[in-house]
Every structure is written in C-alpha cells, then in structure tokens.
Design a protein around this ligand. Sequence first.
Ligand SMILES: *Cc1c(COP(=O)(O)O)cnc(C)c1O
Length: 430
Amino acid sequence: MKNTDDLSFDREHIWHPYSSVVHPPCIHEVVSADGVRLTLNDGRKIIDGMSSWWSAIHGYNHPRINQAAKAQIDQMSHVMFGGLTHPPAVDLARKLIDITAEPLQKVFFADSGSIAVEVAIKMAIQYWFAQGKQEKQRLLTVRNGYHGDTFGTMSVCDPDNGMHTFFNKVLPKQFFAPSPNCINDEDWSDDNIAEFREIISEHHHEIAAVVLEPIVQNAGGMRFYCPEYLRQVRALCDQYDVLLILDEIATNFGRTGRLFAYEHADICPDILCLGKSLTAGYMTLAATMCTQKVANGIAADGSGALMHGPTFMANPLACRVASESIALLLESDWQQNVKAIEQQFIDELMPYQSDKLVKDVRVMGAIGLVELHEPVDQYMDWLPTFIVEQGVWLRPFRNLIYITPPFIISSEDLTQLTTAVGTILKRLSL
Ligand SMILES: *Cc1c(COP(=O)(O)O)cnc(C)c1O
C-alpha cells in the first residue's frame, strides 16, 4: 500500500522539526484537510487543536483563500522583487500599515518568521551604525523567549531551553533579564522590572535593541505576562536610547484577543515582526515593519540600504493569500469567536488544575494550556498515536499540553479537544 510506503520512506530519509533521521519520531500522514479536520491516510478525520503551529486561523481549505490563491496563480505565482513591484505586495503592505499602530509605516517582506526577526535585528544594528554608534550591536531580551532557529535569532532564545549548548562558541553573546513573571497589572511591583532596568541602565551604550514576545511567550515556555511590563520596557527603551523590537509572530492576528498583543499595553514598538498566521497557514511569509524614525535613521549615513533581500521576497502568491486572510479576519466576528474559545477554555481546562500531574493551567484568548510537573518527552514514541486515537491532533512538548485552535472551531469540536487533554492526563498517570 502506497501510504505505508510513504511512512517508511519518510522514516528512512526525511527530517522533521527538531528530530533525528536515525531514531525517527512517531509520524502520521495527512492527505487532506478541511475546516478544523485533518484527514489521515487511513481515512480517519481528526480535529486540529494546533492550527498548524498558530497559523491556520480560518481552518483549512477555505474557499475564499483557495479562490484568491488560484486567481493569483493564473496571473503570476512569482516575480523577483529587485527593481519590480506588484499589486499583491502593495495591497498587503497597505493593509498591514492600516491595521498596525500608526507610527509603523515601512514594510519588509521576509520569507519566514526567523528571517523577519533577523531583519529586525539588522535594522536595529544598521540604525545605530548610521548614527555613528557602532558600539550599539548587542541585544537585550528576557529568559524563556523563542525567536527562531537562525543564528541571530537563536542568540536571543532562552539560553537553557534554546540551542545555545551546541552553538555556544558561534552565537553572539546577548543580555538576558529574568523572564517577566507578573501576570496581572494589579499585582505589579517595581521588583518585576528591577533586573531588566539594571542591565539596560548599565549597558545601554552597547545595546541596539530589546527583543521581546509581547504578552505571550511561545515556544520558550508558553508564559503570559502583564501589559505593565511592556509599558515599563517601552519607557526604559525611550529613556536609554534603545530600540524596541516586538516579535508578534505567534500572537499576531487576534490570537490573544487583540489584533496585536502590544495593543494590550497600548504601546508601539519601533520594529514589529509578523508571521505564522499572516497567510492563515497557507504558505510561508513574514513581515518586519518599522517606524519612519527607524527607516530614516538607517538611511542617515548616506547609503541608506537595508542589507537584506531574499530571492523570494514578497512572493505574489503568498502576499495575495495574506491579503485575503486579513480581509476575511476583519470581516468576521473574530473577537467574539476568540472570546468564546477563551471562556470555554476557562470552563473546561481550569478544572484540570486539581489533577496531581498538573502544575498550572493558563488561558488567554484562543490559547489554552496545561503545564505538567514533568516533561512528556519520554512518552513521544506512543503519545502522538494515543492522541490521534482520541480523534484529535495535539502536539505536547516539554511539560506543556496546549490548544491553539482555528478561530472558527465549534464548541462541540473544542470540547472534544479539551476532553482529550483530560484523557491524556489520565493515561499519563497510569
Ligand atoms: C514561530 C516563531 C518564530 C519563528 O518563525 P519561523 O517561521 O518558524 O521561522 C519566531 N518568533 C516567534 C515568537 C515564533 O512563535
């Protein structure tokens, strides 16, 4: 049978994310997807609780996005962006400028989230270079962050759970403040920012930018923190002449209940990174936006060129799909959908708090997660199959089982996901 062959060929030859091809991971084959359901090679349909890593916010195989993609293929799938432009890029840039904070006026189209962050770092370093401040080359971030897998981004990932051990000798050395641990503004105390303030006040002359995931830290620990922390960081960046880069790649386009997570704090970054759900999970595209001030600053030494330009920059097909996804989102009642998902997580996940395996349950917008006392990594040879047998798709990692569903999910389907979390907990306690 062909599909069985596929799996054994895959096992033999193909790398999956963070995996070995010598001791291959447990893999399932998906042959199609529609709405919130993935169809496996044996015909089973499972409910997707991951949105393909925060991406497929409208679900799969959406007729309007499909139509936009098909129309664009018939016009042109790609054309180089050096010396040329095209309607999909212009249209998408217009939309992005329109929906983000007013000072963000310039758009760089990157080919993945990691590259969007690389470009943000380059913007910041080039900005200070052009101001004659060549010594401002380092970055300040917080622990438990995740910003991508390329070298620049790895250097600002969490030094313990990131990939620093392998690449320690080649990674640039950055500054790390403790990860923000104040969840509600009402509980704010100055201690929460003390170490961050100490680092920035002591080292600002060598710091180009602060890099942060606003409000929700994704793969570095799935931690949430309060808007006041962001406001304090913004104020310190202004005080010490340091740029603020916000990495919204996971949080962008509504996931936290606001269109962008920085809106919770009512601040504006100097540089903003977008990705993941930008194309609703259809294809890879990301964007780095910046203010007029940053763009002018980069141009200040006369040359003015930002030194990045990927081959597939602003791919028309991806831009067209992204535009359609944004239009679809803004026309939908996404706030209501995300709020309903949040309430259902509160009702159906919070009770697991009392389970003896569970350390914490956290909910924000369309993000629900159960943090365990122990990691699940040692169960990953059977756990994925067990999860699929519950009729759902979840991908626990480290000590976290989390649900980030498409916004269009029905309450019945969401209940099947939250129930599966309970079944997983029961199975793990055996
Ligand atoms: C996923 C992610 C990235 C990296 O994006 P890729 O498209 O995987 O390169 C960067 N930052 C954050 C916050 C992310 O969630």
